[in-house]
Unconditional design. Structure first.
Length: 282
């Protein structure tokens, strides 16, 4: 059993933290307004929108026609518009296209909130209880390498070793080592492709797991674990060059709005967390 366990001396204790740091403003997907037309064209962003040519600020009079014009080498018929009109059209189109990835379930409107924050939030952090709920459900669900289950199993294993005494630092160190083999929660399941979570968050950038408290009882034990997570609502060059993302106009519009120096809408951090309890009783 645990020898001389003193929660006030050792807890809270960080059990795991990703190498990727929180609030990494130097990350490529957190950059904005850093590219001109030629740089964007070199990344394959010639055909950005179905509605407008954002480089020339021209609204297509006949959407779809510009693809034929490009093929035959002529310029599309269109109407000159203001910069702000172009912004309105691009964001409206981005929202419409997001429905491809977000059309069922309780989180289907989340991407719309994130797009609005992308436009009006000026780079400020995004936080909503709905993301907390989704994160809590994922952590407490079953998947291979679930860190919460590893923590529970590790604690139970340590307490079952009756043939030796275990110090608190050794106890915590054993849990930390086992967590190195865990799989952090993400939104990459098949259902996440359509429920709004995959397009809103997908691969979480930074995570931290903290043991808040631990209690032993005559008939068992309980522990409270805090999961803190952060993602970047922004695209990097690797994203837009990928065969998967580049084929979708949604991502081309997103990258253009973020990285073109005359638009430069700021990416932002999405923040969410969960407090979960694990326990075992005889």
């Amino acid at each position: 059993m645990i020898n001389s366990f003193n929660p006030s001396m050792f807890l809270p204790c960080t059990l795991f933290e990703t190498v990727t740091r929180f609030y990494d403003t130097d990350a490529d997907d957190m950059q904005c307004g850093d590219m001109g037309e030629q740089e964007l064209l070199s990344l394959g962003l010639g055909d950005v929108s179905e509605k407008v040519d954002p480089y020339r600020l021209v609204r297509y009079d006949f959407p779809d026609k510009h693809h034929l014009d490009d093929f035959f080498g002529s310029s599309s018929a269109g109407t000159k518009i203001s910069h702000e009109e172009c912004v309105d059209i691009l964001f409206t189109e981005m929202k419409e296209l997001s429905q491809i990835f977000s059309f069922q379930g309780e989180y289907k409107t989340l991407i719309g909130e994130l797009i609005d924050h992308f436009r009006y939030g000026n780079g400020s952090g995004f936080y909503t209880q709905r993301l907390n709920s989704a994160f809590h459900d994922r952590i407490n669900g079953y998947f291979i390498g679930n860190p919460l289950l590893i923590i529970k199993g590790s604690i139970q294993t340590e307490l079952s070793l009756n043939n030796r005494k275990t110090s608190v630092p050794e106890f915590l160190g054993n849990i930390k080592r086992k967590l190195l083999k865990s799989t952090l929660p993400k939104y990459n399941k098949k259902m996440d492709r359509v429920n709004g979570l995959g397009i809103s968050v997908h691969d979480i950038a930074a995570q931290k797991i903290t043991l808040l408290n631990f209690q032993q009882y005559a008939i068992g034990w309980s522990a409270t674990v805090h999961f803190l997570a952060q993602d970047h609502f922004g695209l990097d060059v690797t994203d837009i060059k990928s065969e998967l993302y580049s084929q979708f106009r949604f991502f081309r519009i997103w990258f253009f709005l973020q990285r073109h120096r005359n638009f430069a809408f700021k990416p932002f951090f999405t923040n969410f967390q969960s407090v979960s309890r694990v326990e075992m009783y005889q």
